[in-house]
Design a protein. Structure first.
Length: 258
């Protein structure tokens, strides 16, 4: 009985010890986790503009015949400026509460497609788009950019070289919603629900943090944008977004008619 009692006491000491160690390390673990999350978010936001800066600087440094490539150089320099501004804006506005505004989704989308054209071209991917004119939404422009950029960047990143990325923007039948779809003919996705979880990644070849779609989902949930994903492994994926449209007010209508 004494031996049994001794063993029970020993086991209790062991269990108590473990829980003390666990509770002592927990605040540190939590702090470390949040620091990592913050760091990864920051890294993710800077990844795309820095990547484009890098591509353009590389192109400029390789061009030895400036006259032949003047147009290309001008575009590269313009993109370097835009991306520099984007990084600067991100750093300055990190703490500012985001405000919403009326945005012409049609022209905004066109400008984002133009922005990604060079990256797509470097993989011999063609971006084809059908965009209905004058579709307005009411949201924060930086957040809209995050939704479009993350989805479009993924479509290019996970596409096969020399394939197409197809983008469609149109109003639904009742003209209440804007329907945006971004379709690729790439590797496809096994588990379309899991990819929206933080740090979730299926891909093992390309680099990434598994954060982009989680950010997209957070923004969409907040703004009532419905997301749906259809995908077939080895055939490609379509990401669709349903935005509530901005109801045009009287004054807007006059402005619109101009
Ligand atoms: P990452 O930085 O890893 O691309 P995301 O959150 O944007 O992070 O995407 C999460 C994962 O979802 C990716 O690692 C990839 O496995 C998968 N994924 C996202 N978009 C696509 C797509 N268009 N085609 C195939 N897989 C995709």
């Amino acid at each position: 009985l004494a031996i049994l009692l001794f063993i029970v006491v020993l086991m209790n000491i062991y269990i108590l010890n473990k829980s003390i160690i666990r509770s002592a390390t927990r605040p540190y673990e939590i702090l470390q986790k949040y620091t990592n999350v913050l760091f990864n978010d920051t890294m993710h936001e800077l990844k795309t503009p820095l990547g484009i800066l890098n591509i353009n600087l590389d192109l400029l440094s390789r061009n030895s015949e400036p006259n032949k490539y003047v147009k290309r150089m001008k575009t590269a320099i313009k993109q370097i400026q835009v991306n520099y501004e984007s990084i600067e804006y991100y750093i300055k506005n990190r703490k500012i509460k985001y405000s919403k505004e009326k945005i012409n989704l049609s022209t905004y989308l066109e400008s984002r497609i133009e922005y990604f054209e060079d990256i797509a071209n470097s993989k011999f991917i063609k971006i084809r788009s059908e965009i209905e004119n004058k579709i307005y939404v009411y949201m924060n422009s930086l957040e809209l950019q995050r939704v479009i950029d993350n989805t479009l960047m993924n479509a290019i990143k996970y596409s096969r070289p020399e394939s197409n990325v197809e983008i469609n923007l149109a109003l639904d039948e009742n003209k209440n919603y804007a329907l945006l779809s971004i379709k690729d003919y790439g590797y496809g996705i096994k588990d379309t629900d899991a990819i929206f979880d933080r740090f979730s990644r299926e891909d093992t070849i390309q680099g990434g943090f598994g954060l982009g779609l989680n950010i997209v989902k957070t923004i969409c949930n907040k703004d009532g944008i419905k997301i749906s994903v259809e995908s077939k492994e080895n055939f490609g994926s379509t990401f669709s977004y349903r935005f509530e449209i901005y109801k045009i007010k009287f004054l807007d209508r006059i402005e619109d008619a101009k």
